[in-house]
Design a binder for this molecule. Sequence first.
Ligand SMILES: N[C@@H](CCC(=O)N[C@@H](CS)C(=O)NCC(=O)O)C(=O)O
Length: 214
Amino acid sequence: MANDELVLYTIFRSSAAWRVRIALAIKGVKYVSKAVSWDNKELMAELLSLNPAGRIPILVHNGRVLTESLAIVEYIDEVFPGPKLLPADPFLRLQARAIALHITAGIQPLQIGRTQQKLEEMAGEGKGAEWAAYWLHRGLAELEEMVVKTAGKYAVGNEPTIADVCIPSILFNARRWNADISKFSTLLKIDENLAALPAFAEAHASKQPDAPKK
Ligand SMILES: N[C@@H](CCC(=O)N[C@@H](CS)C(=O)NCC(=O)O)C(=O)O
């Protein structure tokens, strides 16, 4: 794996790219980070040629184009050695995937930029942010109830899984859009435990080369 070439199309605060950064960091895999800017026409043409959905993350591994963050995380887990993100036990694996899907399919698309923009066009200025805060709060309230049943130190038991890969960025978005998450104590504790792990710290939005300098 020493000669593998990996290029990640990313943006520092993209929640979907953040998941892939965590998975790569957990496996200790080095990659080249290509910061995307939606205003850069040349880069956008390149991105669209790789992913017709025009979305990030895109991971190019030895010339193979990988899209969809959860599919990429599973690929990374299968291809690279290191701690496993999908538990060996089928029921624990289901729980980890169910949490990951609740976040990535059940919450994230409702609060993303393109959803907010369309809503503002249809319902008026300021409605996009209000909508995002509502769905983040509701989706995370549901998630809190889920993790109360599954959590140990992390979302499912005491080892980080694909579920945990999805947690820091959705809580970051909740804070960004002013959703009140103060009562979700299990989620907040998991987030704190994850933040203490070097791979999660390294993948944080604030640590990315394209993050605004303070
Ligand atoms: N289901 C996709 C979602 C990807 C996604 O929504 N990416 C965002 C950044 S977090 C994006 O590219 N947004 C640009 C757009 O929606 O046009 C995944 O998990 O990879």
